[in-house]
Structure formats: structure tokens, C-alpha cells
Design a protein around this ligand. Structure first.
Ligand SMILES: [Zn+2]
Length: 111
């Protein structure tokens, strides 16, 4: 199935007056405002780039949490921290990010 088919006869709401505009027109017939064509990315979330990026962010976040909460930095936190954070939470965030990164890599290899 071609996802671009089936959009020829559809209409989308005008951004200015909210009335339905046929998608083949680029100008609203009601208020004469230009309606820009919205290209919805069909491949969004399927090539895995977003997953890889998000995974790297989670890994970085987990590492930063572990670094500060574990007392490796010179800056000592002004409040006592639950050791639960360093033993479970930051490794969980890190491993979650690693898994997301691997999942994104897997998606990129498939596409
Ligand atoms: Zn309009």
C-alpha cells in the first residue's frame, strides 16, 4: 500500500479559519489565506535515528546522575542522597538508554 494514496480527496482544516480545505489546494477558499502543505514524515520513528539519539541522551543522563549522586565529583551535594539512586536508578536509566540505542541501531540496520 502506498501511504501517499488516499490523500487526494481528503481535506484538512485551515490554520486560520478552521474550515476544511481540500488538500490539493494551497489556498483556503474561505479566507484566502495560504495553507502550506504539511508533509507528514511517513518514516518518522522507523529509521531509528530518534531512538539512537534518545538512547544516547538517557545514557548521558544516567552517567551524570551516577557521577554526582555517587560522590565522584568534587562538588558535594548539599543534601543527603538516598543510596537507592546510585545503586538502582542511575544504572537503570543508563541501561534503558543503552537498550534504546541498540534498538535504534537495529532499526537503522533493517531500513
Ligand atoms: Zn481559511
Amino acid at each position: 500500500m502506498n501511504p501517499s494514496q488516499g490523500q487526494a480527496g481528503t481535506s484538512r482544516p485551515c490554520a486560520y479559519c478552521g474550515k476544511p480545505v481540500p488538500s490539493r489546494m494551497n489556498r483556503c477558499p474561505f479566507c484566502r489565506e495560504e495553507v502550506r502543505e504539511v508533509h507528514l514524515s511517513v518514516r518518522s520513528g522507523k529509521d531509528g535515528r530518534r531512538e539512537v539519539r534518545r538512547g544516547l541522551i538517557y545514557m548521558l543522563l544516567g552517567a551524570v546522575i551516577h557521577y554526582f549522586a555517587g560522590g565522584y565529583s568534587a562538588i558535594s551535594l548539599p543534601y543527603p542522597l538516598n543510596p537507592f539512586v546510585t545503586t538502582y536508578l542511575s544504572p537503570a536509566v543508563f541501561l534503558g538508554g543503552l537498550g534504546l540505542c541498540l534498538y535504534g541501531t537495529y532499526l537503522r540496520m533493517r531500513s
